[in-house]
Design a protein around this ligand. Structure first.
Ligand code: CU
Length: 158
């Protein structure tokens, strides 16, 4: 009985969502062309040889009045994509997984070397410096940003 109830509830939610979506879409012409609160710039991947994990970097800017969290990453180009933070502990450094990263209202956050990175593993095809890869950045407001990242060699390897 409870399973039927929850199934019914999810159907109702889906229908409500579809109705909402229809409203939003039909109202679209009146809205600004770009309704995304968060935009991405300077997106690049530091590639490493021998199938070592790569690191993605990007600056996220939020034009909206509310903070928005980056809550997930996925990619067809990598089997695994995660948000990591490099934490230094005196002379040692380690990486920790991060559930979310807040982009402040009318502000920006840099996922940059030495701080956060997008850990990219299990490349699904041959990726080399000069390639472009795509990451889908998922946000707490329900938006997904499909972002192109330029693949670059690590410093010193040209
Ligand atoms: Cu990492």
């Amino acid at each position: 009985m409870s399973i039927r109830h929850s199934l019914l509830a999810s159907h109702v939610r889906a229908a409500t969502f579809a109705a909402l979506l229809a409203t939003v879409v039909s109202g679209a012409p009146a809205m600004a062309a770009d309704a995304h609160a968060v935009t991405a710039r300077n997106a690049w991947v530091r590639w490493l040889p021998n199938n070592l994990p790569a690191a993605g970097y990007v600056t996220l800017a939020n034009d909206g009045d509310k903070p928005v969290d980056l809550v997930g990453i996925s990619s067809d180009d990598y089997g695994s994509a995660m948000l990591h933070q490099t934490v230094s502990n005196g002379s040692t450094q380690k990486m920790v997984m991060v559930d979310k990263l807040t982009v402040p209202a009318h502000g920006s956050v840099a996922i940059a070397p030495g701080g956060y990175h997008l850990m990219l593993e299990d490349a699904s095809h041959k990726i080399m410096p000069g390639s472009t890869v795509h990451l889908k950045l998922k946000f707490s407001d329900g938006e997904t940003l499909d972002t192109a990242f330029a693949v670059k060699p690590p410093a010193g390897v040209q």
